[in-house]
Design a binder for this molecule. Structure first.
Ligand code: PHE
Length: 358
């Protein structure tokens, strides 16, 4: 069954690349979610990614308590070869056209393969874009906020496991040193954590050296003998296989779609490994962007909302323990409750004010 409200697939007029926009749900408000410019063996894999990622955005907003819906856009690049600048710009303009046609049902933002500058380019075509550079009136790069949100989630986990939110001396393994992962690794190093790091790009080793971190291969880092593993790269790192090989006590990080299949959450639970759902731990970026750009929150208010991810994770973990559930079940029940509590958009308007529409 198709769970999504709307999925559009275009062949980009300029780039001839497949542009996919998946709107999973607008039950809580207009959909938002990043634009991923990434390589796929087949464009249909890009479609699958957009479908999964947009559903995760619905849950992300619901659990974060924000009146936005879930969406995602993907420009599916071929497996091999890089785009030159002109073709890349064409691809972004093609994505902007597809977003503009949705007329506010979906607004985009940065994601894997796109930046705040790219959002500026999209903003030339459509106003439905977050995270344009601050000089242009946007909220800028979202990755520092995503990293702060993941740090908040890590503190909640540390409190649960070790009775203190302090990460000083804690052994953490960061898998992926992209925009968010590198930021987060720096924050963790500043907290005094003992880091093992990795990336598929060997040039990133430099960042590890700078932070005094141990560098290992991606596989070794994921299964390192540490306290907490922090997925911060592309999705599906947690498979039945890797779940069996993990040696940590918890997995929590900012990567989207960490589970290869949903049952891996149960396997982790059976092994006594605490897994915080990715859509809870990765919400910092959207929380900041949506709070400041849609809801006119000040920078301080937005920061406080990102920091509140620590309480949200704490509550999810408490609820899970109280009801004998996995954190994955507790979080998805919370998301479902909030989605069902949303007013039916087809119902006639009432005199009462809507949910945070101002
Ligand atoms: N990459 C962000 C995420 O997955 C997407 C995003 C950031 C969307 C900021 C809108 C604004 O959560």
């Amino acid at each position: 069954m198709l769970e999504h409200e709307r999925v559009v697939i275009h062949t980009g007029r300029r780039s001839r690349l497949p542009v996919i926009v998946a709107v999973h749900s607008t039950a809580l408000g207009p959909a938002a979610g990043g634009l991923r410019l990434w390589h796929y063996p087949d464009w249909r894999d890009g479609l699958t990614d957009a479908l999964r990622l947009s559903a995760a955005m619905t849950a992300k907003f619901a659990v974060a308590g924000l009146p936005s819906g879930g969406g995602k856009a993907v420009v599916a690049l071929p497996e091999r070869g890089e785009l030159d600048d002109a073709r890349r710009r064409d691809a972004l303009r093609d994505a902007a056209d597809a977003i503009a046609l949705l007329d506010g049902v979906y607004a985009t933002g940065p994601d894997v393969g796109t930046s705040s500058e790219d959002m500026a380019l999209i903003g030339e075509t459509t106003p439905h874009v977050f995270c344009r550079p601050t000089a242009l009136g946007g909220s800028g790069d979202s990755s520092p906020h995503t990293a702060q949100g993941a740090l908040a989630a890590l503190r909640a986990v540390s409190r649960r496991l070790y009775g203190t939110a302090c990460l000083d001396g804690r052994r953490l393994a960061v898998v992926g040193l992209g925009r968010v992962g590198a930021r987060l690794a720096r924050l963790l190093a500043a907290e005094g954590a003992a880091l093992t790091v990795t990336d598929v790009d060997p040039d990133k080793r430099r960042i590890g050296d700078e932070l005094g971190a141990v560098w290992r291969s991606p596989d070794e880092t994921l299964t390192a003998d540490v306290d907490i593993v922090v997925p911060a790269a592309l999705g599906s790192v947690l498979t039945r296989r890797t779940a069996a090989d993990l040696r940590c006590r918890a997995v929590v990080g900012p990567a989207n779609n960490q589970l290869a299949t949903p049952d891996v959450a149960d396997l982790l639970h059976q092994r006594g490994i605490l897994w915080v759902p990715d859509y809870v731990a990765s919400a910092g970026g959207v929380v900041n962007a949506v709070s400041t750009e849609l809801h006119r929150a000040s920078a301080d208010e937005a920061r406080a909302r990102v920091r509140a991810i620590e309480e949200t994770v704490g509550e999810v973990l408490d609820t899970a323990r109280r009801h004998g559930r996995t954190p994955a079940q507790a979080a998805s029940e919370l998301a479902r409750r909030r989605l069902h509590a949303a007013p039916d958009p087809a119902a006639p308007p009432t005199a009462s004010p809507g949910v945070g529409t101002r």
